[in-house]
Every structure is written in C-alpha cells, then in structure tokens.
Design a protein around this ligand. Structure first.
Ligand code: ADP
Ligand code: MG
Length: 306
C-alpha cells in the first residue's frame, strides 16, 4: 500500500483558470518526498485537494489506500497539514490551539494534554504555552503549525513551503526535526522552491510546472545527472573547426571558445593533451555552474516549449 496515490488530477478554479491538468504522484510509506516547482506551479492546489480543502475537478486521490471520494473523513485522519499561510487564531493561547485541534480529531482531553506537551516540548514552544499566538516570532509560529499538525499523530505529514521566509538557523533546526520525524516512520511530503532543501532532505521528488508533473524520480538519480559539469575553455587563437577530441563531448561556441561536458569522476588532462598536439592552448576556463538549478531551469524550458 502506498502512502499517497494521486492519479490524473485536474483542477479548474471557479474563474475558469485551469491550475492542474493531469498531475499524478506516488508516495511510498516512509518516503521523504519533495514536491518541487516554481510559484504558481500548482503545488498548494494539489495539497489542498489531498487535504479535502479544495474540490478537485477530476482525478483520483488515495491516502493509505483510502479513496478521498469514498471516505474523506478517514483519509483526513491519516494526514497532518502545515499550510503555507498561518491560519490559527492569533488571539488563542498556544496550548489551547493544540488542544482544540485534538478535539477536532476526537482525541480525548487527557491524551490531548499529553500530546500537546510532547509536541510543544519537541518544537521548543512549551515555555510559551500560555502566550497568545500573536506574541510568537515568525519561526515560532511556523513551529506551532507543525506541532498542531502532529497532535493527532498522522502517518503522513504534508508541509507546504515550511521554511519560506524562515531564517537560516531556524531552517536548519526544522530540517533536523523533519529528519527525525521521518526516521521515526512518518511519511513526509514537502513543497518547496528551494532546491537545496529538497536535495538535503528528500529521497524522492516530483517536479511540477504549470499544473503537470514534468518529472518524478528519486533524488539519487537526479543528482547523478547533475554530476555532469560543463566547462567553458578560452583558446589562445581562433580555430575553424574542432580537432579530434576522442571521448570528450565538446562544442565550439565561437572560434576561440569551446565547451566540454565532463563527468565529475573524469578529468580534463586527456583533452588538454589532444589540444596541445594541435598547438591549441587553453588560456583560461570557467565552470558553467551545473547544479540542480540548471537542470531545473532546463526542464522548465523544455516544458514551456511543448
Ligand atoms: P503554488 O503553490 O505552486 O505556488 P498554487 O497551487 O497556489 O501554486 O496556484 C496554482 C495556480 O492557480 C496559480 O496560477 C494561482 O494563481 C491559481 N490559483 C490558486 N488559487 C486560485 C483560486 N482560488 N482561484 C483562481 N486561481 C487560483
Ligand atoms: Mg503554494
């Protein structure tokens, strides 16, 4: 059984805007899954639908085998959501926010109190339990949303851009917390447009753009593809055509500039000797940065060409 199956999801908003046009996703139990995509790609719409906050136009969603159309209440019990925007009552005390959430899920008061204590302590908010939510800093509010999402101990935690606008230190402590939670068995789906975040946390990834899934793969193969680096070499004189460069993938950009693709485990010495033999000297070179960003951009470009 999968933690989440999303099949051919479509969403047209009331104003006629088609936000999703056929998104499919598969998240395994125990996954740390990234939903990556630029602003407006449709990430929050997907999440809203999974959490029954937005009505889908068509398609199928199953959460731990429970079909959303057949049993939305059961599906919801499996999910904890940390939405993109703060949506608690800022005039309510921190502790009460957790207790009320527990009540909403039908958790008895005594257990609710224990859990509120556990999660507020874990998220370093226990000392603030009597304070009104509006008195918390931005990072604390974000942590409060996470604690609230965990109070019914969901098997699947969905975080919608949890670290947007959060400073570095808090971001790293949230990363650690999410890692621990995942290690203890909770499946996590994270939306982000920080590639670094997906790279550091997630083992599987879907890239969403303009309402479609343009890539679904594991992080390792994605990173393997990124191990290909491109160097730009500047030559000491103009050449009309490239000499024989053997196995190296080279291109002439203009008469005195060439580009070579190189796997991170290979070297450039062989290429230099071949060039030397033809009396071509390399006077300088630069690394065309070729990380996730680059790949991401090229995927998005390809998607907009289709
Ligand atoms: P993301 O979370 O990836 O930034 P969203 O799912 O929030 O993207 O939005 C996807 C697209 O749908 C955007 O173009 C957004 O403007 C549009 N959209 C979102 N909510 C609504 C709505 N209630 N009515 C009309 N369009 C919407
Ligand atoms: Mg969003």
């Amino acid at each position: 059984m999968k933690a989440l199956e999303v099949n051919n999801l479509h969403k047209t908003y009331r104003n006629g805007f088609q936000a999703l046009s056929g998104v499919s996703l598969e998240v395994k139990q125990g996954d740390f899954y990234a939903l990556l995509g630029p602003n407006g790609a449709g990430k929050s719409t997907i999440i809203g639908i999974i959490c029954s906050l937005i009505n889908k136009t068509s398609g199928q969603v199953r959460v731990y085998g429970v079909d959303l159309d057949q049993n939305p209440a059961d599906a919801r019990m499996h999910i904890g959501l940390v939405p993109q925007e703060f949506n608690f009552n800022i005039f309510e005390p921190v502790g009460e926010i957790l207790l009320n959430q527990a009540g909403y899920y039908g958790i008895p008061r005594k257990i609710a109190r224990q859990r509120a204590e556990t999660y507020l302590k874990k998220l370093e908010l226990w000392d603030r339990r009597y304070d009104m939510a509006k008195e918390l800093s931005g990072g604390m509010k974000r942590r409060l949303m996470i604690a609230r999402a965990l109070v019914h101990e969901p098997r699947l935690l969905i975080l919608d851009e949890p670290t947007a606008g959060v400073d570095i230190e808090i971001r790293y402590s949230m990363w650690n917390f999410m890692r621990e939670l995942n290690a203890s068995g909770t499946t996590i789906i994270l939306t982000t447009h920080y590639l670094e975040e997906a790279e550091s946390l997630c083992n599987n990834i879907a890239i969403i753009d303009k309402g479609v899934t343009i890539e679904q793969t594991d992080m390792r193969s994605l990173l393997n593809r990124l191990n290909l680096e491109t160097f730009v070499l500047y030559l000491d004189h103009e050449i009309e055509q490239l000499p024989d460069c053997g196995d190296y993938h080279v291109r002439l950009l203009d008469k005195s500039t060439m580009e070579v693709d190189k796997h991170k485990d290979h070297d450039l010495n062989g290429l230099y000797s071949r060039l030397s033999r033809c009396n071509i000297k390399v006077v300088s070179m630069r690394n065309k940065s070729n990380r996730l960003e680059q790949l991401f951009l090229s995927m998005l470009n390809n998607n907009s060409k289709d």
